[in-house]
Design a protein around this ligand. Structure first.
Ligand SMILES: Cc1ncc(COP(=O)(O)O)c(C=O)c1O
Length: 449
């Protein structure tokens, strides 16, 4: 059977592609109805962390479903919600104590923007509503979240609908936006934030949102260690909230529970999603300090925000089961150790003339493709280089996660490799074999030939 446009009634995101039908998953593997096996090399969209088919999670989920199907977040709470929040509290950076559960990443990003806004409104600073974000960032696709996202290709069709949120340059050292090199640059990219704040008017800014390690648009860009603390210092100086979008990086993906743990940093607001539930159920959260929520309690008496599926007990039961699974199987350490091995092996790919950079932390890594290794010239978008890599790898049984357009809004090619944390070293070797097989099929003429 073939699935996808124009067959059937489902309208999928990619209209020019047929979709295999997955029948089941097991650990890092997926199987389709024809028995073909795929390595889930990117955990879907860097989501699957504990692996597929974990029976404990299924059991906890069905137990909760058996207790109650649904209660509304303004009417009841459940043990699952309370216990999960308690367990999360134990691993969160100290000072982050209040958790608002939601179901998707974009939803949580928008809730964070509204939380920052309501906090300032109720603190007598009603002019503060704008959030500053970065170019080449990814914060989601709903209109509010897309207004923050710095991915040009996704923004352009919807520009008339977007909110006027300012952007500044990312810490993308491989292609430094300031033409400099670290450490000579003295973190000009972080200091650029101060300039944006001043130009836009500090009294209008409620928050600065950033992915601590940039993901879906530009691919596993790890900033210098001083970067995040410097951004925080600038935020503090202007009384602006630092919003840490850990939707991709959180829950152990980078080898620590949260990416900010690498720098012992504590943001004002943290956002989680993706790996919270390991992909078993839609789940996300906005997390903040007591004093921010206290302010809302003192004034309005509540957060003027909510969704039908906020604080969903089944989602929280899954979240708790995933958290326990990660702890019991020491998967954060595993993500760190396997990440070191994966990155070391990915370095070998630089022997291919079109691999410009490999980068990442823990099991969040990326390979950037270039037309010319020396000049870093990107491929023209019309070559669809990333798409070709993705298709050939898929054919060869490896799922990767693509990103394009991050060099100049149009060009720029990368794939992310971010397998489930349960991966073994020999399975990383399997990924490498398929990557090499795939890359050797790329029809590439080096500029020198
Ligand atoms: C850092 C970050 N923020 C927000 C989102 C949006 O999450 P969702 O796709 O669940 O809406 C993503 C998704 O890739 C993400 O990586």
């Amino acid at each position: 059977m073939e699935y996808g446009y124009p067959k059937g009634h489902v309208f999928y995101r990619k209209l020019a592609r047929t979709y295999p039908l997955v029948t089941h998953g097991d650990g890092i593997y997926l199987y389709d109805e024809n028995g073909k096996r795929y390595i889930d090399g990117s955990g879907g969209a860097i989501v699957v962390n504990v692996g597929h088919g974990q029976k404990e999670i299924l059991q906890k989920m069905t137990e909760q479903m058996g207790q109650v199907a649904y209660v509304h977040g303004t009417q009841f709470t459940t043990k699952a919600v309370e216990e999960y929040a308690e367990a999360l509290g134990e691993i969160l950076p100290s000072g982050l104590e209040k958790i608002y559960f939601l179901s998707g990443g974009s939803e949580a990003v928008e809730a964070a923007v509204k939380l920052a806004r309501q906090f300032y409104l109720e603190s007598g600073q009603s002019q503060r509503w704008r959030v500053i974000a970065r170019w080449h960032s990814y914060h989601g696709n709903t209109l509010g979240a897309l207004s923050l996202t710095g991915r040009i290709g996704m923004r352009r069709p919807y520009l008339p609908l977007l909110i006027d949120f300012p952007h500044f340059a990312p810490p993308y050292c491989y292609r430094c936006p300031f033409g400099s090199t670290y450490p000579k640059c003295e973190l000009e990219c972080a200091k650029a934030l101060e300039n944006v704040i001043q130009m836009e008017g500090p009294e209008t800014i409620s928050g600065v949102i950033l992915e601590p390690i940039m993901g879906a648009t530009v691919g596993a860009v790890v900033p210098p260690d001083e970067y995040f603390p410097l951004i925080q210092e600038i935020c503090n100086r202007y009384g602006i909230l630092c919003i840490d979008d850990e939707i991709m990086t959180g829950m152990g993906r980078t080898g620590r529970w949260f990416a900010v743990d690498h720098w012992n940093a504590v943001p004002d607001i943290m956002i989680l999603g993706k790996g919270m539930s390991g992909g078993y159920f839609p789940l996300s959260a906005v997390i903040t300090r007591n004093d921010l929520v206290d302010r809302l309690k003192e004034k309005t008496g509540g957060f003027v925000h909510g969704h039908t599926f906020s604080h969903h007990s089944v989602a929280c039961a899954v979240g708790l089961a995933v958290l326990q699974f990660i702890k019991e199987n020491h998967l954060v350490d595993r993500s760190r150790q396997r990440g070191v091995y994966l990155l070391k092996r990915l370095e070998e790919l630089k022997e291919y003339p079109f691999v410009g950079d490999v980068r990442g932390k823990g099991l969040m890594t990326a390979i950037e493709f270039v037309k010319d290794q020396k000049t870093k010239e990107p491929f023209p978008r019309s070559d669809r280089f990333t798409e070709k890599v993705i298709d050939i790898a898929f054919e060869n049984g490896l799922v990767l996660y693509p990103g394009t357009g991050f060099v100049d809004g149009m060009n720029g090619d990368m794939v992310m490799v971010g397998p489930p944390f349960v991966i073994e070293e020999k399975q990383i070797d399997e990924i490498m074999n398929i990557l090499k097989k795939t890359f050797s099929k790329m029809n590439f003429k080096s500029p020198e030939s």
